[in-house]
Ligand binder design. Structure first.
Ligand code: DC
Length: 224
């Protein structure tokens, strides 16, 4: 069993977990694992390499071979096979592909060890759906962030409009609910809080407030 501390931050898309995880990792000087990015890259790589998502064997092989680099061209950047795919993986197509890939047990298994390899001194903040429940069950702190679908769709809408990208709120809400359903109803690693997770409802909280609460809990757990 590793003694390197892990802080797991799980939750549905739009719960703010990515931003919170990055800020907590920064404040603690810990490494960061954005596990969703791995699923996103795998989805994009499958399309690029002509691998049918129904061909679970080839998909698992691809997952093991992927040449992924994080942070190469700035914080949060993601490269696949020497190409910057940071923007491509965040498109709606990227989200849709990742959610479909995430429902395939062989793909999850193939990414399991890759995710655990991110654990290194002085510690790791890992964000995703099953960080606390499956990948790092011995995390010293497990957080599960929630917010209503309406609030999460609204956040995504503001984010897109802020970037000058056209968006339709009812369509965003519909897609988000569809993905939630697929992520929470799949038989393997469904989206749900680990039994010992602290559930934080972020509906009425700013990102700063959420970060503060997580940091208070993290400091207490790391000291103990
Ligand atoms: O966290 P995200 O929105 O980038 O994740 C995109 C998709 O990837 C999500 O719909 C489900 C899948 N995913 C997963 O199945 N398990 C994870 N640990 C992270 C993401």
């Amino acid at each position: 069993m590793s003694t390197v501390p892990v802080i797991a931050i799980d939750g549905p898309s739009g719960s703010g977990k990515g931003t919170v995880a990055a800020r907590v990792a920064d404040q603690l000087g810990f490494g960061l694992l954005d596990s969703g990015a791995l699923y996103r890259v795998l989805g994009i790589a499958a399309v690029k390499n002509g691998v049918d998502l129904e061909n679970h064997g080839r998909l698992a092989e691809l997952a093991q071979q992927l040449e992924i680099e994080f942070g190469k061209s700035g914080p949060g950047s993601v490269w696949l096979d020497g190409q910057d795919v940071s923007l491509q993986i965040r498109t709606d197509t990227g989200s849709e592909l990742a959610s479909r890939v995430g429902a395939i047990p062989a793909a999850r298994e193939a990414l399991h060890a890759r995710q655990q390899a991110f654990r290194s001194e002085p510690g790791l903040v890992a964000d995703g759906r099953d960080m606390g429940s499956v990948i790092f069950p011995d995390s010293c702190l497990k957080i599960f962030l929630t917010a209503s679908p309406e609030e999460r769709a609204q956040r995504r809408y503001k984010q897109l409009i802020g970037k000058g990208i056209d968006a339709i709120l009812p369509a965003l809400l519909r897609d988000l609910k569809e993905r939630d359903l697929r992520d929470s109803q799949r038989p393997i690693s469904p989206l749900k809080p680990a039994e010992d997770a602290v559930v934080l409802d972020t509906n009425d909280l700013s990102i700063d407030e959420v970060v503060e609460q997580v940091m208070d809990l993290a400091r207490a757990r790391l000291a103990g």
